[in-house]
Design a protein around this ligand. Structure first.
Ligand SMILES: Nc1ncnc2c1ncn2[C@@H]1O[C@H](COP(=O)(O)OP(=O)(O)OP(=O)(O)O)[C@@H](O)[C@H]1O
Length: 234
């Protein structure tokens, strides 16, 4: 059973005194399980800070991040790292693949770190779904940007995480490749019942999301679902 994530009265203040910045200013939000949630907002509005706080990468100044019933920032560092490895998948703009190991080894890396046995049938199904079957023995530098991002998607799914966090995953890709990668991600949400939380600046991409959360000055400005968007269009 995959766990859900929610944040309660979350605040993140960088710096002290007059130069301090309220990057996240009292956000309460629940992410729907098995759905694609896009986080949008102007540059500097607090999107990355919110994502990093939710993903256990940046401790909030106050407030709570719950994975299931557990407040992740009440855990010690070892337990929090275990949650990051076992429960969260990450996809970044810059792919972040390890150059000296091949595609297959990159994909199963989270499982190796977790000292678990590779579920070969599941990993093969991801590799096939993402069209990477002929690439698994290659090294990252032998692949195009779009192929590298597909490897990063496969890696993020390898541990069957509760949630995948993606920070502008198509930011380095041309529009055609970007569409292909987004189609793959949406397929993963649907076929693997995967929760996806993604920051994007791209309006076209945000229309693919089930829910769009707009952040403004560190606060939630609006939460729209596909149903709301369709109603507006009618
Ligand atoms: N490590 C930090 N130290 C100080 N201030 C920071 C730090 N990280 C972010 N900020 C500030 O917090 C605010 C929110 O930044 P954040 O990166 O979360 O915004 P963003 O919406 O993701 O922006 P972008 O779309 O440009 O990536 C900004 O004013 C930023 O300058």
């Amino acid at each position: 059973m995959k766990k859900s994530i929610k944040v309660k009265n979350l605040k993140k203040i960088y710096g002290k005194g007059e130069s301090s910045v309220n990057a996240i200013d009292d956000i309460t939000l629940e992410i729907e399980n098995g759905k694609f949630t896009a986080i949008v907002g102007q540059s500097g509005s607090g999107k990355s800070t919110l994502l990093h706080c939710m993903a256990g990468l940046d401790k909030p100044t106050c407030g709570n991040v719950y994975l299931g019933d557990e407040d992740i920032y009440t855990l010690n560092d070892d337990k929090l790292s275990k949650i990051r490895v076992e429960e969260f998948g990450f996809i970044f703009q810059s792919f972040n693949l390890i150059p000296v190991i091949n595609v297959y080894e990159n994909i199963v890396l989270p499982i190796s770190i977790d000292s678990k046995t590779v579920d070969k049938v599941y990993i093969d199904s991801i590799i096939n779904s993402l069209g990477l079957k002929d690439q698994i023995k290659k090294f990252p530098n032998e692949l195009s940007g779009g192929q590298q991002q597909r490897v990063a998607i496969a890696r993020s799914l390898a541990n069957k995480p509760s949630i995948i966090f993606a920070d502008e995953p198509t930011g380095n890709l041309d529009s055609k490749t970007s569409k292909e990668v987004m189609d793959m991600l949406c397929m993963c949400v649907k076929d693997f019942n995967q929760t996806l939380v993604m920051i994007t600046h791209d309006e076209k991409i945000s229309t693919m999301a089930d829910t769009v959360v707009t952040i403004c000055d560190g606060k939630v400005n609006s939460i729209g679902t596909k149903k709301d968007i369709q109603q507006v269009e009618i």
